[in-house]
Design a protein around this ligand. Structure first.
Ligand code: ARG
Length: 463
């Protein structure tokens, strides 16, 4: 295929160099955004008297035809084209002749590509937002079914204090809500500066209307500096960072699901449809989906690092290095979408084993803090109570007791203020139910958390 820029050259581009240079095999996915951007550009050119109204009509009809043909499979991308922008323009010229050659007036591929990625990502982020909300919904519904499931809460992966499974799992919903907000915020910033009309780097001598284009393409403003317009890829880095944080959350969640599904824990069981077997060990039921999500987190971090490294040290304005932005961001978008869509049904079909959680919570002196608080309520300073309970725990370990079955006579050897009521005070149910501080594992707080997400999901139209 003859290059549009071929005029200046004596020789054709070497075949291997041509392939190396070409981005159509990955930027073809932005065909729709490229065409929509071009339609708005043609309208602006005609409004400003730069092309005629007839030419505008021809261009718009031509572009709409191309879009339709791509979408219904009647036009396939020419993989010999340099990129999606060149492909659309040359296809247009093939179809409508001279008017097609006027489309590229007062723009460049540099502002065009900066526009297309933004439009593409805005769209993908909306999808990602919905997937996040769906996962939040799955978590919330799981929490609702497990408000009475008492389990050990951990610090240092050592049993620490009793909590409910609802409280534990809702933590991930809060993480995901922040991810949702972070992405929304990054999109808002990305869509506040339309780059189109920055042209190659310095703007143009034509009397264009960049505000018209920005408004018709869903931007709230334009880039006020044309060099920044074509050089900025901060929005890609911001989104990759937000995706990385999101993946880090999914990875932590995955890790817990893998642990909880193990024979050692048996707190939950993933549905058969989201687990795999082993080719050699007949007893195995593996949490492959969760493991893959955990694994793919590294891949998204890699995308972030790749782009940061690509951009580091780039002089202004456009450099071809920047073509590398797309594979990184596309890979991250695809990965995040796949992980989120597999995660939601994996969670909603997951069964919890409340009896095993309860049993684990009953072992390991998880109510020691509550025993200390019991003494504090009788008037002892906390630090003194803490010391007493430490000694009692030591005694129990040595003599084969747990706090629940250590006889009152033994308790009284440590402090005379111990009474029979201590046993109800340190029961797992009391430990959980008496947690009344805002945000705690207590039932009122968990109810508030669930209501918060019910409201959020209603507000966002997720039912
Ligand atoms: N395919 C290019 C990219 O993705 C489009 C911009 C090309 N601009 C240029 N001056 N060669 O970055």
């Amino acid at each position: 295929m003859d290059k549009m820029w071929a005029g200046r050259f004596q020789k054709a581009l070497d075949k291997e160099a041509d392939d190396f240079n070409s981005s159509i095999h990955f930027d073809c996915r932005m065909y729709k955004q490229d065409i929509i951007g071009s339609i708005v550009h043609a309208k602006m050119l005609s409004d400003k008297g730069i092309i005629s109204s007839d030419e505008k009509e021809e261009i718009i009809n031509g572009l709409s035809g191309i879009l339709e043909d791509i979408e219904n499979g009647n036009l396939s991308f020419d993989m010999n084209a340099e990129d999606i922008h060149m492909f659309v323009e040359s296809e247009l010229t093939k179809r409508i002749g001279d008017a097609g050659k006027k489309l590229h007036t007062a723009r460049s591929r540099n502002d065009q590509v900066a526009l297309d990625i933004r439009l593409y990502l805005a769209n993908e982020c909306e999808e990602i937002g919905k997937l996040i909300l769906n996962l939040i919904k799955a978590i919330k519904e799981t929490a609702e079914k497990n408000t009475d499931a008492i389990m050990p809460g951990y610090t240092h992966l050592q049993r620490a204090q009793p909590i409910t499974f609802a409280h534990h799992i809702l933590t991930y919903a809060f993480m995901l809500k922040r991810d949702f907000d972070r992405i929304e915020d990054a999109v808002k910033r990305m869509m506040s500066a339309s780059p189109i009309g920055s042209c190659a780097l310095a703007g143009t001598t034509y009397n264009t209307d960049r505000y018209f284009e920005a408004e018709h393409l869903g931007f709230s403003g334009i880039s006020l500096n044309s060099i920044d317009g074509v050089s900025d890829r901060d929005f890609c880095v911001e989104l990759l960072s937000a995706y990385s944080i999101l993946m880090m959350h999914l990875s932590r969640f995955s890790e817990e699901i893998i642990l909880w599904s193990s024979w050692e824990f048996k707190f939950c069981e993933l549905d058969d449809s989201y687990t795999t077997g082993s080719s050699i060990m007949p007893q195995k039921k593996n949490s492959d989906m969760a493991e893959l999500v955990r694994g793919k987190t590294g891949r998204v971090y890699g995308d972030l690092m790749a782009l940061l490294t690509t951009l580091k040290g780039l002089p202004l304005a456009y450099n071809k290095d920047m073509q590398e932005d797309k594979e990184a961001i596309f890979d991250a978008v695809d990965t995040v979408k796949k992980c989120l869509s597999i995660f939601a049904p994996m969670i909603s079909t997951m069964k919890t084993n409340k009896a095993n959680m309860y049993k684990a919570a009953g072992e390991g002196f998880i109510n020691a803090t509550d025993l200390a608080d019991y003494l504090v309520k009788k008037g002892m300073p906390f630090r003194t109570a803490y010391k007493h309970v430490g000694e009692i725990v030591g005694f129990c370990i040595k003599n084969g007791y747990v706090l629940e079955n250590l006889p009152i006579s033994e308790y009284k050897n440590f402090d005379s203020s111990f009474e029979d009521d201590l046993y109800t005070e340190i029961s797992l149910e009391t430990c959980v139910n008496k947690r009344i501080s805002a945000g705690s594992t207590g039932p009122q707080s968990v109810k508030t958390q669930i209501e918060y997400f019910t409201e959020l999901l209603n507000e966002k139209g997720i039912y």
